[in-house]
Ligand binder design. Sequence first.
Ligand code: R5P
Length: 318
Amino acid sequence: MAPGAFEAGPRLVAGRAHPALAEAVATGLRVRPVPAQVERFPDGELRPTAGCVRDCDVYVLAPTGPPVNDNLVELLLLLDACRRGGAARCTAVVPYLGYARQDRRSHDGQALGLRTVADVIVAAGADRLVVVDPHSSAVEAVFSVPVATLTAVPVLAAAVRAGAPRPGVVVAPDLGAVKLAEHYAALLGLPVAVVRKCRLSGATVAAEELVGAVTGLAALVVDDMISTGGTVEAAVQLLLRRGAAPEVTVAATHGVFVGPAAARLGPLPIRRLLVTDSLPRAEPSLPGVTVVSVADLIADAIRRLHGGQQLDDLLVRS
Ligand code: R5P
């Protein structure tokens, strides 16, 4: 085999974090995923085996959602297994990247979590990273290897357009979501309003100001992720106080749904809540959630990366 050449076809290695998404991506690629064997020792250590990957162009699919640290370590060990197994190139496909919100330090003495996570993913053997709508563009800046930042906004916007209620304004629930809101707004032909949010703790936020006209309008609140639901709850309550119609749509790429998420979101007048399958469904007690798949998006990206093609139309707008 010539140096730099690959065994035919991309090789998809699936961790245990999200087997259903791995199956769906494999179907889109028309390949069989290589399911990793992961042994757990009595003390909690993991020992994954990635299967035969020698000379292959390998894509390790492993979102690092909850339990974040276990899934992160499994990803790292899978990358190492692939590298030691002779993979010709190894791409970490991490649709949801845990620790992405730790992209800056707010106090002296704090860790810079994203930077450390980026360093260990690269050190473990990733030649490239694929993510979907990460918390901020800092992800690309902190990784020392190429990053393909895919966006689920077009598939989520299409799902919004296909259902009811029909929103009249796109709302960014904090300043960090403005670019995302502008992307939805451009696709749906809607104006944008912006909430100024103040984070009081990991689970508590306050929505302080609203810029933009919302009176009488059905709002589409958009965000990269819903974790405890505090951001969406605060935004929706502020929208209602400012006269928005009590028929809100919420679209977020990553439905993490931890802690009080169901209790916070359940009582709100949210008519539709759309998330993607970047993470396995974690909150069965929250009714009315529509899940839109990113499997085709990821499969398309892998196909193009393997073939050396451009990804431009799949990427987050900067
Ligand atoms: C933070 O700025 C993110 O974009 C999300 O708004 C936030 O992480 C959502 O978390 P939660 O649902 O806990 O408010």
